[in-house]
Structures are given as C-alpha cells and as structure tokens.
Design a protein around this ligand. Structure first.
Ligand SMILES: Cc1ncc(COP(=O)(O)O)c(C=O)c1O
Length: 375
C-alpha cells in the first residue's frame, strides 16, 4: 500500500489535504443555512410529528414503496413555489445532477457548460457521454461562438449553468441564456442549489430575479439542503420531462427515497419562506453589511447580492493557515481550495446567515482583525 502513502504525501505537499472537523463548540460562519430554517421551531415540530408517524427511513426507493404523502405534497409544493408544472425529488443535489443530465443528453449530443459549474454538474456531463464544451465563466459571447461553430454537428444540445455560483456567489444572466437556448434550439438546465430561497424578492429563484416566466425548454434543479435547511433535492420541468426522468434517471430509480420527515420539514420551511419573505431580503442586506465591514479591514471579498462572500487568499497555504488560526479561536470558516476552485484561487467561503447575532458578528470581525498574518 505504498502508493497510498505516496498519493497522500502529494496532496499534503500542495496544501490540498482535507480532513473533517467537528463544528461543535465553534461559531459556524460557512454553512448554507442562509435563512436559519434548519432548526426553526415549526420545522422541528413538523419533523418530529412525521418521525412519530413514519419512523426514520422511507424503506425503499420511490418506485417500490418509498413514496409517501410527504413526498407527493413536497413535490407539489415545490412545483408551485418554482412556478413550474411538475417536480421530482432526488436524494441529494449531487444525485439530481448526475441522474438528470445524462437523461437529457447522451452520445451524439452537445453540452455547453460554464467553467465554474458545480462538481456534480461536471461529473454529470462526463457521465452523459455527450460532447462537452466549457465556456469561460459567464462569457456568453464565447458560448455563442461555440454554438455557432458546433451546434449543427450534434442532435440535441443542453446549456448548463449554476444560477448562483456556489463558490463566488455571482449570478448567471438568465435572459442571455434563454436567448441562446432559443436561437440554437437547446435545452437549458439551471442548478438553483443556492438560488432557491435567495434569488428574487420571494426567493423563488432566477426566474423571479429577472422577472421572467419559466419556459418549456428549461429544467430547474434545486436543493433542499441550503436555504431550505433540510436535505435532498428536486428537479422541476414540464410534465413530460418529469415522466421521462421517473422512467430513466438512474439515481432516482435505483436509490432509496428521502426520509418522509425530511420532506415534511422541507415543506414547512418553504411555507415559512412564503409567509416571511423578509428573510430573503434580510439575508442579502446582512451579506452586504458583512462585505462592507470586511472590505474596510482590507480583505479582498466578493459580493453579488447573494449570501456567499468569498474572502480571496489566492494561495492554498495562506487560506489553510488563516482557516486554522481562526478555528483555534473558535471561528469555523473553511478554506476552499482546488479542485473546488481553480488552483491559485483559494479562499475562505464566508456566508451570511440569519443565524448570526450581533455578538457573533462582532466576534467574527474581532477575530479577523486580530489575525496574526495579513493575507
Ligand atoms: C451548485 C450546487 N449544485 C449541487 C450541489 C449538491 O447538492 P447536495 O449537497 O444536496 O448534494 C451543491 C452543493 O454543494 C451545489 O453548490
């Protein structure tokens, strides 16, 4: 097993070694629980009720006997929330992407993918066996050039993009993507993992952000694990697309469905987002406030009116060193390094969350101010 030692040594040498860290006893400033819903009293109550009725696991995949009224009502709620005809639940965002994209395109088809798309999209594209052309991040002019040169050589074409990019917090330009999809007869797949509960005034996602309506050639994927505070994921689209996924998406067919209580909790969280849209605005205002404070301290931070606030350190070594220093002082702020972001673009991925109190923020600022090395 010498090769294992050797491989691990190489990872460590590049400052890319990862290990799990317990978060208990620390103040977590990097979760995706943007709207503080994961332990909302009403959510917990719903979950407890469902556990009492159904127990823990669903017992089987959805096509066997793992489909309950909690799954069905959550799918209906999500379709309604996203203003799209139909919805299908998946075990996680990763499973939704690797299950859906290879159903939409395969050998002989073309995928256009933004350079900063999430790893699960990259893996899904590889799995599909379609020809994948990657365009530079948000460079739609380049994407158009690729379509102009290549589209006619392929049967179907799928344009794929995150709605909110998970490590940068910036937002895809939906009107341009729709125009390209229309002009070149493409399907458009949008990953709304960080857009659901965040984009638009009511957190419905990228269509609300741009004041546009869903169109039939668009497939929306989203997760329940971020602003919704639960676990799992969903794909929304036309009835026909959803019927097709039910019959073809392998990560849906051959995987146990979500626990009913997880669905019940997620449904309650969506109801809270609808009832209290102030949460959606408040978390973005908070992100702006944190951004201004950190910029004043001299950090290189990005802000795009979403709760994701990457503090750029560039060097992997600096990012890991600062993260570890903060950790020792009680601040949990993970270093994000290659391959999650490109080499030389290491960062601390700070997020805004309604979980933070004023004291938490003062603690964060004071700890960052007293950092021993300036990045
Ligand atoms: C853009 C994006 N897509 C997909 C996923 C995967 O979602 P999940 O954590 O539910 O597997 C994530 C989460 O890390 C993400 O950020």
């Amino acid at each position: 097993m010498d090769w294992l030692e050797e491989e691990l040594r190489k990872i460590k040498e590049q400052h890319l070694f990862r290990k799990r860290k317990l978060r208990e006893g620390l103040k977590d400033f990097c979760s995706n629980d943007y709207l503080a819903l994961r332990d909302h009293p009403e959510v917990k109550e719903e979950v407890i009720k469902a556990v009492k009725d159904y127990g823990l696991g669903s017992g089987a995949s959805a096509l066997v006997s793992g489909y309950t009224i909690h799954h069905k009502t959550l799918e209906e709620k999500l379709a309604c929330f996203k203003e799209v005809p139909a919805c299908l639940l998946f075990g996680s965002g990763y499973l939704a992407n690797v299950g859906t994209i290879p159903v939409l395109v395969s050998e002989g088809d073309l995928i256009l993918s933004d350079q900063l798309n999430h790893a699960s999209i990259i893996d899904a594209c590889r799995l599909s066996k379609a020809k994948v052309l990657v365009f530079p991040h948000l460079d739609y002019h380049h994407a158009q050039e690729l379509l102009r040169e290549n589209r006619r050589h392929y049967r179907r074409c799928l344009i794929v993009s995150d709605s909110v990019f998970s490590m940068d917090g910036d937002v895809a330009h939906l009107p341009t993507l729709l125009r390209l999809a229309q002009e070149y007869d493409c399907l458009l797949f949008l990953d709304e993992a960080h857009a659901t509960g965040i984009l638009g005034q009511r957190g419905k996602g990228i269509f609300e952000e741009f004041n546009l309506r869903w169109q039939e050639n668009v497939i929306l994927m989203g997760t329940l694990s971020k602003a919704v505070g639960s676990y799992g994921a969903f794909v929304c689209g036309s009835e026909r697309i959803i019927d097709y996924l039910v019959n073809r998406a392998r990560s849906f067919i051959f995987s146990t469905s979500l626990p009913p209580a997880i669905c019940a909790g997620a449904k309650k969280a969506l109801e809270i987002i609808e009832r209290e849209p102030w949460r959606v605005q408040r978390v973005k205002d908070l992100a702006h406030k944190i951004y201004k404070e950190l910029s004043k301290m001299g950090f290189s931070v990005k802000f795009h009116n979403t709760p994701i606030l990457p503090i750029l350190l560039y060097s992997e070594e600096k990012a890991i060193s600062l993260s570890e220093t903060l950790f020792e002082k009680g601040v949990f702020l993970q270093a994000i390094r290659y391959p999650t972001v490109p080499k030389g673009e290491a960062r601390l991925r700070l997020t805004a969350s309604l979980r933070y109190t004023e004291e938490d923020l003062e603690f964060l600022y004071a700890t960052l101010k007293n950092r021993p090395i300036f990045p």
